[in-house]
Design a protein around this ligand. Structure first.
Ligand SMILES: Cc1cc2nc3c(=O)[nH]c(=O)nc-3n(C[C@H](O)[C@H](O)[C@H](O)COP(=O)(O)OP(=O)(O)OC[C@H]3O[C@@H](n4cnc5c(N)ncnc54)[C@H](O)[C@@H]3O)c2cc1C
Length: 429
């Protein structure tokens, strides 16, 4: 097993999660229909759905289950896109492909909560709704259009006034907002543990501490080599997200790796808990410099953010996130930080899910863009169908393995542009 994860990389979830099953290191040669690289939500959802469809499947995880972004996120289950709205997607992809992608996102949160229920995953999951408060009149106009669009796609999107947000969520100072009641919250590490256990229960072979070092063609199959063993399979799913390293160039140049910080305070008094997000909703507002908040099951308040300069960020950024939280909520006595951690999200230039056709029978899946808990779960379902050859290609744009132009410089764009986003948020509010 790999060395203990250093404290600064431990998320609240990893420390507080129960029900972990440890999996063995790959030490032999295994032959399966499908091999999945990466034991995050995407890889595990793929494995679970594939095993349920009677495929033989192996998951190879370099570290431990949920080591990547899946174990470090905020646990928001959000069934929509980070930037684009349905009309824009349909205009971009055409009516059939666009509608298919819209429905892909729309049903993603329902799928998460259904899986939790069906496999009895103990992960403090609650389909309590996702809120998007609008920080300015201009943003509220965009929200109104967004709500109308999702309603046209038969989604239960609900427009809220500023007063609604105050009374139902205890959120003050917003012009209005909207609620998608199919969203919600969970503990993402326990969710991943549950997916892994369910997949293993259906016959999937899961290996930890089993980093894939090479992928080569062997006849009409693929051979994935780890330090002490190998897997041979007809189909390969790369679910390595922003942690792909040098595995298969130019995979790591097909996305922007964006480091995101999270912090959780010490538990808040129950009296506050009863007025702020009392139904356990989660909220991400419309600011370009996103402001997010939710509680965990023990009343810790969780929020996140990004940084411009990486130097000293581990100390500086969580403290800044806490200050921002206290300022927005008007809470002078916000409890101290108990946990802070960070992770890397893989972001596409258009913020949409994407498949990269690495080679015949080898797909790399990116459904992250900060919305990966729900989206990668849904991606896994479609990838399993692709692997079993029972369905058309997943309804997600696919591209050849081409690097993003000027990736070496462009990958810093999300961080470098952050101050500009903050200035725009300031002048808009
Ligand atoms: C701080 C943060 C907060 C976020 N908050 C939210 C949120 O609240 N809601 C939401 O929906 N999304 C959120 N996201 C995004 C979400 O976490 C991701 O989209 C999702 O977890 C991606 O899952 P994944 O399975 O694709 O990848 P990951 O969970 O990143 O898993 C990739 C795995 O691949 C493994 N791997 C890599 N290379 C190899 C190799 N060669 N061999 C074997 N294994 C390998 C890694 O060890 C890793 O475990 C957040 C992201 C971050 C970073």
């Amino acid at each position: 097993m790999s060395p203990e994860i250093p404290a600064e990389r431990r998320s609240l979830w990893r420390v507080t999660s129960r029900n972990r099953t440890a999996f063995e290191t790959l030490q032999s040669k295994v032959e399966v229909d499908l091999v999945v690289v990466g034991g995050g939500i995407c890889g595990l959802s793929t494995a679970l759905h594939a095993a349920e469809a009677n495929l033989s499947v192996a998951v190879l995880e370099a570290e431990v289950v949920a080591w990547g972004a899946s174990g470090r996120n905020a646990g928001f289950v959000v069934p929509n896109f980070a930037k684009a709205d349905p009309d824009q997607i349909i205009a971009q992809l055409g009516s059939d492909s666009g509608e298919a992608l819209v429905q892909f996102a729309a049903g993603s949160a329902d799928l998460v909560f259904r899986l939790v229920e069906r496999h009895r995953i103990n992960c403090h999951a609650k389909q309590s709704g996702w809120l998007q408060p609008a920080h300015s009149p201009g943003a509220f106009e965009r929200v109104k259009s967004r709500v109308a669009q999702w309603q046209r796609h038969r989604r239960p999107a609900t427009l809220l006034s500023g007063t609604d947000l105050e009374t139902t969520a205890g959120l003050h100072g917003y012009v209005g907002g909207w609620l998608d009641p199919s969203g919600g919250v969970l503990n993402p590490v326990e969710y991943a543990y549950g997916l892994a256990a369910a997949a293993a229960g259906k016959g999937a072979k899961i290996f930890e501490d089993s980093q894939v070092r090479s992928i080569t063609r062997q006849g009409d199959r693929w051979r994935l080599e780890c330090l002490r063993g190998a897997v041979v399979a007809e189909r390969v799913v790369l679910a390595t997200n922003a942690y792909s390293g040098d595995l298969l160039p130019p995979l790591s140049q097909t996305y922007f790796p964006v480091r995101v910080f999270q912090m959780a305070t010490r538990p808040l008094p129950q009296a506050i808990r009863e007025t702020l997000l009392p139904a356990d909703q989660c909220a991400s507002d419309t600011r370009r410099n996103l402001f997010t908040l939710r509680f965990d099951a023990d009343n810790r308040l969780i929020s996140g953010g990004m940084c411009v300069f990486p130097v000293g960020a581990d100390e500086r950024v969580p403290a800044a996130i806490r200050q921002r939280l206290a300022r927005h909520l008007g809470m002078r006595n916000l409890p101290e930080i108990e946990f802070s951690w960070s992770g890397t999200a893989a972001v596409q230039p258009n913020f949409l899910p994407r498949l990269v056709n690495m080679a015949p029978g080898v797909l790399a899946a990116f459904a992250c863009n900060g919305r990966g808990v729900a989206m990668t779960t849904m991606m896994g379902r479609f990838l399993s169908q692709w692997a079993s050859k029972t369905a058309p290609f997943p309804p997600v744009p696919d591209t050849p393995p081409e690097a993003i132009p000027f990736h070496r410089f462009m990958k810093y764009a999300p961080n470098v542009l952050l101050p500009w986003s903050m200035v725009r948020d300031y002048f808009e509010s």
